[in-house]
Design a protein around this ligand. Structure first.
Ligand code: SAM
Length: 414
């Protein structure tokens, strides 16, 4: 069901396709983000058990100007993953940009469809093994209805990668949206509203939370599309972790994991042992909610989910046949990123997080190439005098940590 606010949203993305992208930039770089990296889908949706040779049917719903779709279709082509990606988008202008980007890359595995995701149930499209819906549900008149529409075309055993806004990291956004509703109300020409928004941003008092919020650059560097999307958007909601999980449950979905899993571990923010013990006693949703409240700065949540009736069974990361693979950064490069104190420095929501790895981590990482199974890695270490029990212990610890930040996952069977 559409409403007048939704018509304004449709107009916005027709006038200001989001995010602003120039197809010529495809020659220079591939944008990589979450959700929907093929390595993540292999692991977090299919548990590392779905063979690469099985064709993959993908839906990108509300694909915008193409970031997620271009990334995934490129990865499918590069990694020899057969299948088709259906790009569904309501805005003709956004779709045209995504299409030009795909053409610039010579991608032949995308099918283009202009329309509303709310029409999916009667569309005859699908079913899809994987559905990406990034930054869309929170704009819909009824996000639960949107999710139900997506679920209607999800194949048995498939899953989804969703992104929705989160409230704490958007602190200040809704206050400035309120101010702009007064100074630049809907109905005025968009260019006039943008001009007012720019002037307001220039003169925000130092007490304003958006000025203090370091999460956002869109209103400063994202051009007209970025500014409009953030501050003049006719509708967006933000979900805490429990609210997001309730939305999933209402559709019969269950989270596999939030991204990255370790970000949602409150222990990361609780050096005090007494507090850690209190946090450890909480149920998983409350622990994630606690991490969100403590971090205080999450502006989005990315979740991989499947039908609640189809819980995921992961391949075993300790099996000798398991093939570890760097999600994006090759193992040897990760080895080089380890600092002299044995930690890798990560940044979550503006917080520096040193991740301590075992002393054998560099030697193991140097052997991770996405082809070599764990058994061969242990054998190579054995030839250098490393005992199997020590290698297994180090790998177990590394795996918990590095898969928890999505840096190392398991490759699927061929
Ligand atoms: C914030 S943009 C996100 C674009 C893209 N998924 C990304 O993450 O870069 C939201 C997109 O959802 C699209 N959209 C909104 N409602 C839709 C609907 N009912 N059906 C299909 N697309 C829709 C908009 O046109 C817009 O391109």
């Amino acid at each position: 069901m559409s409403d007048s606010v939704d018509s304004r949203l449709a107009e916005q993305y027709e006038t200001y396709p989001y995010p602003a992208r120039d197809p010529r930039d495809e020659a220079k770089r591939l944008l990589v983000g979450i959700p929907s990296h093929l390595r993540e889908i292999d692991w977090w949706i299919f548990g590392g058990r779905r063979p690469r040779s099985a064709p993959l049917s993908v839906l990108v719903a509300g694909g915008g100007t193409g970031d997620g779709a271009i990334m995934l279709a490129t990865q499918m082509q590069r990694l020899g993953q057969e299948g088709t990606l259906l790009f569904l988008e309501r805005s003709a202008a956004a779709l045209a940009i995504a299409r030009a980007r795909a053409e610039a890359r010579g991608l032949s595995n995308i099918v283009w469809h202009q329309g509303s995701l709310l029409d999916l149930p009667q569309s005859g499209l699908g079913p899809f093994d994987y559905i990406d819906c990034c930054g869309v549900l929170h704009h819909l008149p009824d996000p639960a209805a949107g999710l139900a529409a997506l679920l209607s075309v999800l194949a048995p055993g498939g899953g989804m990668g969703l992104m929705v806004y989160a409230p704490h990291g958007r602190t200040g956004v809704y206050m400035v949206q309120d101010a702009l509703r007064l100074l630049a109300p809907a109905g005025q020409p968009p260019a006039e509203r943008l001009d007012v928004a720019r002037r307001v941003m220039r003169h925000l008092p130092s007490s304003n939370w958006l000025r203090l919020n370091r999460n956002f650059t869109d209103h400063l560097a994202g051009g007209d599309a970025g500014l409009f999307d953030l501050l003049l958007n006719p509708r967006d909601r933000a979900y805490t972790v429990p609210a997001l999980f309730a939305l999933l449950a209402s559709a019969g979905l269950a989270p596999v994991t939030l991204m990255e899993p370790l970000r949602y571990d409150p222990a990361l923010y609780l050096p005090d042992p007494k507090l850690r013990a209190l946090a450890a006693a909480l149920d998983p949703t409350s622990r994630a909610a606690l991490a969100e409240a403590l971090s205080g700065n999450m502006s989005t949540h990315v979740v991989y989910c499947r039908r609640a009736s189809e819980p995921l069974v992961f391949a075993k990361a300790m099996d000798e046949g398991a093939v570890p693979v760097g999600r994006e950064v090759p193992g040897p490069d990760l080895a080089r990123a380890i600092r002299p104190d044995g930690t890798v420095l990560l940044h979550f929501d503006g917080n520096p997080i040193p991740l301590a790895l075992p002393p054998l981590a560099p030697a193991i990482l140097r052997l991770i190439d996405g082809v070599r199974p764990l058994g061969a890695i242990f054998a190579a270490l054995g030839e250098r005098g490393v005992r199997l029990t020590a290698a297994r212990r180090a790998w177990r610890e590394m795996w918990e940590k590095l898969s928890g930040v999505n840096l190392v996952l398991l490759a699927p069977p061929p």
